[in-house]
Every structure is written in C-alpha cells, then in structure tokens.
Design a binder for this molecule. Structure first.
Ligand SMILES: Nc1nc2c(c(=O)[nH]1)N[C@H]1C(S)=C(S)[C@@H](COP(=O)(O)O)O[C@H]1N2
Ligand SMILES: [Mo]
Length: 429
C-alpha cells in the first residue's frame, strides 16, 4: 500500500498571508542567501493568482491572453508578448499535454492563419535551387516521422541567478516534451539541394515584432548543419497527434530537440541555408550566448561575438514532478517520488535523489530513452527515517558522466543554462 499524499497541502504560508505583496523579493532574497536552486517551486505558489488578478483587471487592455484551454495553473510571466510557465508538478505526464506546455513568444503571433495557402520557402546563399513547398506538398512528397522531443527555453531557471539575468524570470517550468509529427528537415533541404559551403540554417516565422515595424522580425535563429541534418530535426505540423496549437506555431514549426527551444521556430515560413553562421534576430550579442571565458557574477564585458559564444546542446537536468512541493505524507510507508531527466543530445545514465541535503544519495529506476532528444522517466521509493521536514533533491548524470550541480552554475548576463538540482519540500506527519 502506498503512502497517502495530499498534494494540495503546503508547509508554507498561504499566498494571502506572509509574503503576498513582495513575494518575488522574498524568494530572490532567500534563494540568494541559500545559494541554492530554490526558485518558485519550494513554496506554495501564489504568483499565478497575483498575475491573473492583475491581468484581468479593467485597467489593463486585453493584449495577447493565454488561450482559455491552457491549464489554469500555468504561471503568467508577461502578457505582451505572452509568456507562461508550468509548475513542475503539472509536468508529471510522460508526454506533455498541450494545455500544460509553457508558452514563450518574442513577438506578436500571426492572425488569420490559413494552412491551405501556407508555404515554406527554402532559400539562402547555400541552397542549390530556391524552392517553395505548400504544406500539402510537404505532407505528400516526404516520409512522415514522429519523435518525442524535449524543448526547453535556454533561460529556464533564470530566476535563481543573482544578480538577476536579463529577461523573463523563469522558474523551472519552461520545458516540455511533446510528440511531434512531420518530415525530416534533412529530406526537405536535400530536395532543394545543399551546396558544399553550407554552414548553418536560419528560420523565419510569421510573427511580427512588438515595435510594429514591418519587415522587422522578433526572432530568427538557427543551428549548424550537423544539427539540421540529424534524423530528429523535424518540420512538424502536428503536436501530440493534433494540429499544432496556434500559440505553439500553427500550422508549421521546426524542432531541434535538446537545443535551446529558441532554435525551434514557430509559424515557420522560410528556412535559409547559410554559408555563414546565421545572423538573424537574437543570434548575436549576448542573446542565447554565454561568455567565452567564465566571468564573476555581475561582471560587465562587451556584448559582442568575441566575448560570447552561441549556446548549443542544453546541459543535463531533471525535475521532480511528483509529489508536488509542500506535500504532507503519512509516516511509516515508502513514498514514490518521480520525474523526468534529459541532457541535450546525450542520454541520462543515472538518476539519484537525496533527502539529507546531498550528504547521501539513493539511486533511482530510470526508463530507457524512447528516441533521441526525448526526456526519460525516473522513479524511486523513499523511506523517511522520522517525522518532520525533509527536502527531496534530484540529480541526473548524463552519458558523458556529467552531473547536475547542487548550486546555481556559472553566472552569465543572459541568465541562461541554470541546471541546478531541483528540490521539493515534504513533511512527514
Ligand atoms: N517564430 C517564433 N518562434 C519561436 C519563438 C518566437 O517568439 N517566434 N520563441 C522561441 C523561444 S525563445 C522558445 S523558448 C520556444 C517556445 O516554444 P513554445 O511556446 O511552443 O513552448 O519557441 C521558440 N520559437
Ligand atoms: Mo526561449
């Protein structure tokens, strides 16, 4: 018999009491003091309630709201453009359902999209023949593939950096792993022809810049040819067996699992085969880049390509998706704890949990990877020695032997790649 867990109880004060008004300030301070991967997760969540309240207030015009079908507990970080993350306990499914997938928009979504007239253009310096495909032609001409792919914002975990990283203050939930169906990018590029001097691909979507200037795009990123030509690099029209939802790129999207999700262009209209590193919006300066040499927290260095390098595969990481942080658990029986782990282009070799702040670790059961660039499920039974307050820490090790750090890793001005251990609070009663 399993332990009784009440996922809705919390060890921590309710939103309306202790740190209602300056909740953010409180969390930042605590995370800084502890120097740990604390984020939003360890506390009873109140930010959503606060954000929705403001969001619904008559004082604010309705901008680009989160679609009504999205899970009500997604945490809205900004409304123009819309950005919302998923609390870790809502990511418990092996395949992330659409309503629980985080949303990250850099600009304004296209409206009145007509899939029938939608086209994808393959062009660029290194294309043999500029080619235009309708969506229908893509579906008819090329073999279909389905892969389950991790897509994680490079800024996931940014809220824990100190001083604060630039941009949305993501907790742990800017990640998901959906099933995508489409054609291989490689097959499509080869049909147009790839010249020998091809170095990179760059995508262009149909969203528009927040500044409203025609011709200016909010984001246009890409990947080197070696990633573009992999089996799992997809041009997809379906997510979890259905049309891709509008906020996630309907009717067409490119996907590069395991790399910053910013490379996975939504509302895909054009792919350029480049004879140099793609130079689209958010490819340069410190966008999606790390300092080439490690720098001290808060240090200022020139924001140019000599000092910053492009982030490629994402680092090893994991989440505890059950139980929800703050769970109260009856003593005397083992508690099942579970979640997912992923590691860019690599696999997960081992998964461990600790209930004594990292002094000792217990090995978890780990499922095989379903396909490359897919996350893996882990689970374990924990026996707590006594009643009282515990933290469960989770740590993944990738197939190169690299482990997640306990503490927030290398500070960088963009607040990218925080892969510190996820931790939850549990009270044994
Ligand atoms: N065209 C376009 N593609 C885009 C973006 C965007 O703003 N416009 N955002 C990128 C970023 S930064 C992320 S993290 C992912 C988010 O994907 P999701 O909203 O489907 O979760 O989409 C990427 N693709
Ligand atoms: Mo992102």
């Amino acid at each position: 018999m399993k332990n009784k867990v009440n996922p809705n109880t919390s060890l921590f004060p309710k939103p309306n009491s202790l740190f209602n008004l300056n909740r953010r300030g409180f969390i930042f301070k605590t995370a800084q003091m502890a120097g740990l991967s604390l984020g939003w997760g360890l506390f009873a969540k109140s930010s959503k309630a606060a954000t929705r309240a403001v969001y619904n207030s008559a004082a604010l015009p309705d901008k680009s709201p989160l679609p009504a079908w999205k899970h009500p507990d997604l945490i809205i970080l900004s409304d123009k453009p819309i950005n919302a993350e998923t609390p870790p306990h809502l990511l418990d499914d092996a395949i992330t359902p659409a309503e629980k997938l985080f949303v990250r928009n850099n600009g304004i979504m296209p409206v009145n999209v007509d899939a029938k007239s939608w086209t994808l253009t393959i062009d660029g310096e290194s294309v043999k023949k500029k080619t235009v495909f309708t969506l229908d032609e893509l579906k008819k001409k090329f073999k279909h593939y389905t892969y389950q792919l991790v897509h994680e914002c490079a800024g996931n975990g940014r809220a824990e950096f100190s001083p604060a990283g630039h941009g949305n203050q993501w907790g742990n939930g800017a990640v998901g792993c959906c099933e995508w169906t489409g054609v291989r990018l490689r097959d499509v590029l080869e049909a147009a022809g790839i010249k020998d001097d091809a170095v990179y691909i760059g995508y262009y979507g149909k969203d528009t810049h927040l500044n409203g200037k025609p011709g200016e795009v909010p984001i246009s990123r890409g990947v080197p040819m070696r990633k573009a030509l992999e089996d799992e690099a997809l041009i997809a029209w379906a997510m979890n067996g259905k049309d891709i939802p509008a906020v996630h790129g309907y009717p067409l999207r490119v996907l590069f699992g395991g790399w910053p999700a910013s490379t996975s262009g939504k509302w895909l209209a054009r792919i350029s085969i480049r004879n140099k590193i793609h130079d689209g919006a958010k490819m340069n300066g410190m966008d999606y880049r790390l300092p080439i040499h490690p720098i001290a927290p808060g240090a200022k260095i020139p924001q140019d390509n000599e000092h910053f390098r492009i982030i490629e595969a994402m680092p090893v990481k994991s989440l505890i998706t059950y139980p929800k942080t703050g769970a109260q658990v009856t003593a005397g029986k083992p508690l099942e704890v579970r979640g997912h782990a992923w590691a860019g282009d690599l696999k997960i070799n081992e998964m461990h949990v600790s209930i004594d702040f990292g002094s000792t670790w217990q090995k978890c059961t780990l499922k095989e990877q379903r396909n490359r660039n897919c996350w893996q499920q882990w689970s374990t039974q924990i026996n707590f020695p006594d009643k009282g307050y515990y933290e469960v820490w989770a740590r993944a090790t990738d197939s190169n032997g690299k482990m997640q750090p306990m503490l927030v890793p290398a500070w960088n001005p963009g607040g990218y790649l925080n892969n510190a251990c996820h931790r939850i609070a549990v009270e044994i009663i």
